[in-house]
Design a protein around this ligand. Structure first.
Ligand code: SAM
Length: 339
């Protein structure tokens, strides 16, 4: 019997955050000057993570995405990839901002990583500096080039913000096509560290489709029955495909089969969930796989989360978590639980 939650949703996808540190300070994720960091002693060791992943796999997880923070800041990450690549998974991917990809693309490929999701919000170096507080656009582009020589099926993820980068839909599509990567436009979400979020800054899926239709002609929505992927996919008249992740205006909680583990072993069943289940002590303390499994099973059985759908119903929406609450409960940060 597959493990399902109260809405009949199976647990199939696990996002594993391996660090909460990041080398960028993206306006929509980490806009503050100061953060409360996890202590290194609290991070799950690779061997602990491997045991935990085995429990999740036995419960039905077959897709894993490593994330963070910036996952390539976790020391010796290819060693973890090597361990995970031996497990019976349909997909093993990594989400990265590409800052360190020039150095890591080859070791990750050798270790058995299957796919990359690369975050790239702008093709303009000056804008990159404004958006991330780092003057490192050239380095990111080098990283993407290195990866595109070695990996196929790469996705380029761009958070689109009105008045910031919403004039780059077309250039980003062109760039994606030039390196054989599919672009996914992400609606700006009010979640986690997005303390400067306003509804005016969101460019909705509908508006993006309208703009692309005005530019290219009819955009076709692809029919993908059974897909639980967060992105709705489209084709331009010239055949190029792209995706839009509309978590803010048209969320898709009914299909959500994703869970998240923070780098210190906190289990979250929704990006918007405020109460995590601490698994580190059970894993570190040598509890049996059956005991750890039961903890996860009970949590998933009771899962009722429809976080993004509930947010749509909120009137006068502002940032989901106020800054003072984030300081008190840093696990609510996006860079702790992974996007
Ligand atoms: N550092 C890695 C990266 O940049 O891809 C992985 C972590 S990052 C938190 C994962 C994803 O979350 C990125 O694609 C990022 O753009 C997205 N993200 C973070 N905050 C967001 C927000 N407020 N709205 C939409 N997407 C967001």
């Amino acid at each position: 019997m597959p493990l399902v939650d109260t809405l009949g949703r199976p647990l199939r996808t696990l996002r594993v955050s391996v660090t909460d540190r990041c080398n960028l300070r993206c306006e929509y994720c980490m806009p503050e000057q100061e953060y409360v960091w996890l202590s290194r002693d609290d991070l799950l060791h690779f061997e602990e993570l491997s045991r935990l992943v085995d429990v999740f796999v036995a419960l039905g997880v077959d897709k894993i995405r490593l994330t963070g923070g910036e996952p390539l800041l976790r020391r010796h990450l290819p060693e973890l990839v090597d361990v995970l690549a031996r497990k019976p998974l349909q997909d093993l991917a990594l989400t990265t901002n590409a800052m360190l990809l020039d150095e890591y693309a080859a070791p990750l490929k050798r270790a058995g990583l299957r796919r990359l999701n690369i975050s790239l919000d702008t093709l303009q170096p000056g804008r990159f500096l404004q958006l991330t507080r780092q003057n490192e656009h050239a380095r990111v582009m080098r990283g993407i080039n290195a990866a595109s020589r070695l990996f196929s099926g790469t996705k380029l993820d761009a958070v689109i913000m009105r008045g910031v980068n919403d004039d780059e839909l077309e250039p980003l599509l062109d760039y994606g096509a030039s390196i054989g990567a599919e672009v996914r436009f992400i609606e700006y979400m009010d979640v986690g560290g997005a303390t400067r979020w306003t509804s005016e800054t969101v460019v909705s899926r509908r508006e993006m489709v309208e703009r692309l239709t005005a530019r290219f002609g009819a955009v076709t929505a692809l029919d993908e029955p059974g897909s639980t992927a967060p992105a709705a996919r489209y084709a331009l008249p010239d055949g190029r495909m792209f995706g839009i992740i509309s978590s803010t205006t048209e969320p898709f909680c009914r299909d959500c089969d994703r869970a998240r583990i923070t780098a210190d072993g906190m289990f979250f069943t929704c990006l918007y969930a405020t109460d995590g289940l601490a698994l580190r002590d059970a894993v570190r303390g040598g509890e049996s796989p059956e005991t750890v499994s039961k903890l996860i099973e009970d949590r998933w059985h009771a899962r009722r989360d429809r976080g993004a759908e509930e947010r749509v119903e909120v009137r006068d929406r502002t940032a989901y978590v106020p800054l003072a609450t984030l300081r008190e409960h840093p696990h609510l940060e996006m860079h702790k639980r992974g996007g």
